[in-house]
Design a protein around this ligand. Structure first.
Ligand code: UD1
Length: 334
């Protein structure tokens, strides 16, 4: 099969035989993105240094003849250049990075290297090898603590820590490349992503993976505050679909920044009630005081992603949590 996809205003076209490079392919979002691209018939080259990603996340992909894995550090000198020269990809989906906000604060140098310097390596390799498009994993952390909800891409960006700052700096760097060279750039601002292959046993884990761990182990969970705080929780399969669309659909604009979110604001108490239905015998949650400095509510406006990428989240929280528990090998009667 050799379907040609017209690349909008640019003259070059991509085919399913021209690979898409996914950095951070063995990670949580990267492995789901790889699965999605392969299921659509694309060739994929996955890159990961396996520092936090796990080869086990790529189980099925590793058996797919349209997939190739390269163990490499994306931020390393010349690595992305070598990769782009060798594979001549149609697009790069750049997901490798330091994923934890807390870890970024604890190790600013590592945050800079992985969340900004690596972006420069990707952008420069894309430019010098004539890659048509770069999709970048940005974050709702670029907005900082904003009170006006839902947050649209027009909302001023005021990142509060080093993680959000480097994500925003990477967006700007890529936009500079797009305005200077023949390169399209899509920056996707992910909201609270959850799903299988996300680790729940680290202090940096997001609340849903912690809850899966706590409910399934029988250790119980802790709720900080009264549980009325809310987030825009989006399932990783939806995020993977957004990534695939961002890499392949024709674009009207040379650069695009788009929220990847559901537009639904769901409280921690709602999350707890879904878990409560799935684990009726679980101990009651422990209650602790709210974490200092934390935002109370977060919710994104999904309109831009819908208009420009044709993306809409499909998975409800209830479906997403059931799917997650089904894929965690957990017995619900526990
Ligand atoms: C995320 C980041 C956080 C960052 C913030 C702003 C992660 C894991 N969290 O936080 O570091 O400052 O974005 O960009 O990267 N909660 C519980 N019990 C738990 C865990 C969490 O009640 O065991 C609560 C939290 O207090 C919070 C909510 O659940 O109110 C969601 O927490 P989390 O998943 O960490 O996401 P964010 O707060 O959005």
């Amino acid at each position: 099969m050799n379907i040609r996809i017209n690349n909008g205003f640019q003259s070059n076209t991509t085919t399913l035989d021209q690979p898409i490079v996914v950095t951070g392919a063995a990670g949580f979002i990267g492995s789901h993105t790889t699965d999605e691209l392969l299921s659509l018939g694309h060739r994929v080259v996955g890159v990961d240094d396996l520092s936090t990603g796990r080869i086990g996340n790529l189980g099925e992909s590793m058996r797919n003849e349209r997939f190739e894995f390269v163990k490499a550090d994306v931020a390393g000198p010349e690595m992305m250049d070598w990769l782009c020269q060798r594979y001549q990809p149609a697009a790069i989906i750049h997901l490798a990075g330091l994923v934890s906000v807390v870890a970024a604060q604890e190790n600013p140098g590592r945050n800079y290297r992985l969340n900004l310097h690596a972006t420069q390596q990707v952008a420069e390799a894309a430019r010098s090898c004539g890659v048509s498009r770069v999709v970048f994993a940005s974050s709702a952390a670029t907005y900082g603590n904003t009170l006006a909800l839902p947050v649209s891409e027009e909302t001023p960006t005021r990142p509060e820590g080093l993680y959000g700052s480097c994500k925003l700096a990477s967006e700007h760097l890529l936009q500079g490349y797009a305005s200077s060279f023949d390169l399209e750039v899509v920056c996707l601002r992910y909201f609270n992503v959850y799903g299988s292959r996300q680790t729940g046993d680290s202090p940096y884990a997001g609340v849903i993976s912690k809850f899966v761990e706590g409910f399934s182990s029988g250790n119980g969970v802790t709720v900080f505050g009264d549980g009325r705080q809310s987030r825009d929780f989006i399932h990783v399969r939806d995020v993977a679909r957004a990534n695939a669309l961002a890499a392949t659909v024709p674009l009207e604009l040379r650069t695009l920044v788009a929220n990847v979110c559901t537009g639904r604001q769901q409280s921690l108490n709602e999350v707890l009630s879904v878990f409560g239905n799935l684990f009726p015998h679980a101990p009651a949650p422990r209650r602790e005081t709210a974490r200092r400095g934390e935002i109370l509510h977060s919710c994104g406006d999904p309109a831009i992603a819908k208009r420009h990428l044709g993306f809409q989240a499909r998975t409800t929280l209830d479906e997403g949590l059931r799917h997650l528990i089904d894929h965690s090998g957990i017995s619900i009667s526990a």
